[in-house]
Design a binder for this molecule. Structure first.
Ligand SMILES: Cc1cc2nc3c(=O)[nH]c(=O)nc-3n(C[C@H](O)[C@H](O)[C@H](O)COP(=O)(O)OP(=O)(O)OC[C@H]3O[C@@H](n4cnc5c(N)ncnc54)[C@H](O)[C@@H]3O)c2cc1C
Length: 391
């Protein structure tokens, strides 16, 4: 029998389609009315977080036996995209929870850790992923937070910076070194609970965009962490960080795709209402060409993001595609949001319409989970290895 023809990338299964519809409804009906106020206040509303847990958005891939939805990575991507079309802050909360924290525990946690942490993450506990420090951003493995062995525990001392979700989180996957002399081979992943002695969440950043998503410093001062909270092997934290971030990048691609789609939708809608010279502006070819080019950009980003996510779910290599889709979708988001402001004219430049916020929110896509230059490096390395036949 001949192989079944591969499905078009953008064709959704019935389950995917139903899931997409329910997230879209939540985003439009529940999130949209609060997005502007949350941006201005720099705070995400607690009841919306609770609704996101209730909808299953915080444990999409967590198996049902641990209280999750038992869904696919592609479904996480759909959720991140749909939320970002309305509020990229909500989107990154869900992104970190699913593609970084839950993903790491699912892949590297032992049975006891899965039973202990996953039901909480799926049900009611926001989580964070803490790798970056003041001195180690792109060069993440130069981190200096120290873990010193002491009987049944490690004592952690150091500071983390830029940690998404930290204001709300109860659980933190945090990377520290057990021996700086070992370089990246000393890096180890620890599970920290918010109320552990010697641990506290510090200053919250006041940001350009995704303002309702908290970004904070973490302070560890001789914080005792039981050995049972080491995730994966001691010294193998670098592998957990690399591999989770490879997947997380597709999530950021999806966030940027959703943002661009949201901006395009606003531009389309406005262009059909606004009249100048006795016509709606959508009747002018100059505006039609803008909209057409924006749509091409969004479609190209969609294909790249969906392809990377579907490669992941098929168990195929996706490293290059993940880096490419994040790199490209973050450019598209900035470009499309900028053009959407121009289609709206003066009102696009005000806070009365959502495109101004989307434009500010787009900028982060080129920075977190590896800057655009880091994606360029990954892509070039893969290309050069392929060309020289090295693996
Ligand atoms: C809103 C926000 C949320 C974040 N959330 C998290 C989080 O939840 N967890 C976490 O661990 N981190 C988080 N981060 C940190 C983020 O991942 C880092 O900011 C990012 O990796 C860049 O590091 P850096 O800021 O130190 O910039 P740097 O590494 O100092 O880079 C500065 C510039 O130099 C360039 N550069 C650096 N090295 C090279 C090189 N070798 N070749 C070419 N160019 C280079 C970069 O591309 C960039 O343009 C967050 C950051 C922000 C702003």
């Amino acid at each position: 029998m001949a192989d079944a023809a591969p499905s078009p990338l953008t064709q959704l299964s019935e389950e995917e389609s139903l899931f997409q519809t329910s997230v879209r409804r939540f985003a439009r009906e529940r999130l949209a009315p609060h997005a502007r106020a949350m941006d201005e206040a720099g705070v995400f509303r607690t009841e919306l977080l609770a609704e996101m847990f209730e909808l299953g958005l915080m444990g999409i891939e967590v198996p049902e036996e641990y209280g999750g939805q038992g869904g696919s990575f592609f479904q996480s991507i759909l959720a991140i995209q749909e939320l970002a079309a309305v509020d990229p802050s909500a989107s990154v909360i869900v992104d970190v929870q699913n593609t970084l924290f839950n993903n790491a525990i699912l892949r590297w946690g032992d049975d006891a850790q899965k039973r202990r942490w996953l039901p909480r993450a799926a049900k009611d506990t926001v989580t964070s992923y803490a790798l970056s420090e003041a001195g180690s951003g792109s060069d993440a493995f130069a981190l200096s937070t120290r873990a010193v062995e002491a009987g049944d525990s490690y004592r952690l001392t150091g500071r983390k910076l830029w940690i998404t979700n930290a204001a709300e989180a109860g659980l933190f996957l945090l990377f520290a070194t057990v021996n700086p002399e070992l370089g990246y081979k000393g890096i180890t992943a620890f599970l920290i609970e918010r109320d552990m002695p010697g641990f506290r969440v510090g200053k919250k950043e006041d940001k350009l965009g995704i303002r309702a998503s908290s970004t904070c410093e973490l302070i560890l001062d001789d914080c005792p962490v039981p050995k049972a909270n080491v995730v994966g092997e001691v010294g193998k934290g670098y592998k957990i960080a690399i591999e989770t971030l490879n997947e997380g990048r597709i999530g950021i691609g999806a966030q940027m795709l959703g943002l661009a789609q949201g901006a395009l939708d606003h531009a389309l809608e406005y262009s059909k209402q606004r009249k100048q010279f006795g016509k709606t502006i959508s009747e002018f070819q100059g505006i039609q060409f803008e909209l057409a080019e924006m749509a091409v950009d969004v479609e190209a980003a969609r294909l790249m993001v969906y392809n990377a996510a579907r490669l992941h779910d098929a168990g195929l290599p996706f490293l290059t595609e993940a880096a490419m889709c994040k790199f490209y979708a973050s450019q598209v988001a900035e470009r499309v949001a900028s053009r959407a402001i121009e289609v709206l004219g003066g009102v696009g430049f005000t806070k009365d319409y959502p495109v101004e916020k989307l434009y500010r929110d787009a900028k982060i896509g080129r920075i977190y989970e590896g800057t655009s230059n880091m994606q360029r490096l990954t892509i070039a390395k893969q290309l050069l290895q392929e060309r020289t036949g090295k693996t």
